[in-house]
Write a protein that binds this ligand. Structure first.
Ligand code: DGL
Length: 276
């Protein structure tokens, strides 16, 4: 483990997800915050979180936070919607003052409140995310007159992971889900899953500009930037670009190959067997 830099701004941002899908969020963060070092952890041993119980996701999340705290992360970003829904409050309590904890739900909720007051908004995500009702509770708390219609779309994440996107099979599955009458008359659709940025274009094609498609990863990344700037935690430019680290709890070559689709370039995954 690296020694903790005394200057908190030089500490890394920890990002975790159930697998490598959260690299879409890490990628968006590294684009808007090019001087920040990222420590990414993908819990590929327990993928998918979307079908797991709340208790299981909470236990996994706590263990991952232990590792990110050992790496002296100044911020822990829960890049997974399912884990943000199931474990954010618990993780925040557990981490206490050792690091700041951010999730991927609050930034998009705030964005909806300001940009879509008094509108009907659709949301797609895993069963865990949708059944937790967290988005609905948070949106209702805003009291902005937003009606949220959420649909669980459990086939989409595994489909994308298998490389099925931008083809006729994925088009069919996406169309079938989005044709659900629940999503009729929505003004915008929230992509509440790490994997969905990869099918954003297909979803946009389905709606033909009639519905705004909200990619949460961009909204989250700009929230992280505002947060670091506001809290005086942002890293300053260094002579050399930051060296990110990428850990997974179970290594396969196919995970490593898939980093290309989620991060835009293939990255080296280090096997970190947290559960052995
Ligand atoms: N990362 C998960 C999410 O954003 C999707 C994949 C999974 O089910 O683990 O909800």
């Amino acid at each position: 483990m690296a020694a903790s830099p005394l200057d908190i701004t030089r500490r890394p941002i920890g990002v975790f997800d159930s697998g490598i899908g959260g690299l879409t969020v890490a990628r968006a963060v590294s684009r808007v915050l090019p001087h920040e070092q990222l420590v990414y952890f993908g819990d590929t041993a327990h993928l998918p979180y979307g079908d797991k119980s709340t208790a299981a996701i909470q236990a996994y999340s706590i263990k991952i936070c232990d590792l990110l705290l050992k790496q002296h992360c100044k911020v822990i970003l829960i890049a997974c919607n399912s884990a943000s829904a199931a474990a954010y409050e618990l993780v925040r309590e557990y981490v206490g003052s050792k690091a700041r904890v951010l999730n991927v739900i609050d930034p998009i909720v705030a964005h909806i409140g300001s940009a879509y007051a008094n509108r009907t908004i659709g949301l797609i995500g895993t069963k865990q995310t949708v059944n937790s009702n967290v988005y609905k509770k948070k949106i209702d708390d805003l009291d902005a007159g937003v009606e949220l219609r959420s649909l669980a779309t459990p086939l989409l994440a595994p489909m994308i992971e298998e490389g099925f996107f931008r083809n006729s099979i994925s088009d069919n599955i996406i169309r079938t889900y989005l044709s659900n009458p629940l999503l009729d008359e929505i003004g915008a659709l929230v992509l509440a899953c790490t994997h969905y940025p990869l099918i954003q274009e297909q979803i946009k094609e389905f709606y033909q500009d009639r519905v705004a498609v909200l990619d949460a990863s961009d909204v989250v990344a700009s929230h992280v930037k505002d947060y670091l700037d506001g809290q005086g935690l942002a890293a300053k430019a260094a002579k050399t670009p930051p060296r990110h680290q990428f850990y997974v709890s179970d290594f396969t070559r196919s995970f490593e190959e898939s980093t290309r689709i989620f991060f835009g370039q293939e990255v080296h995954l280090e096997h970190y067997p947290l559960w052995e």
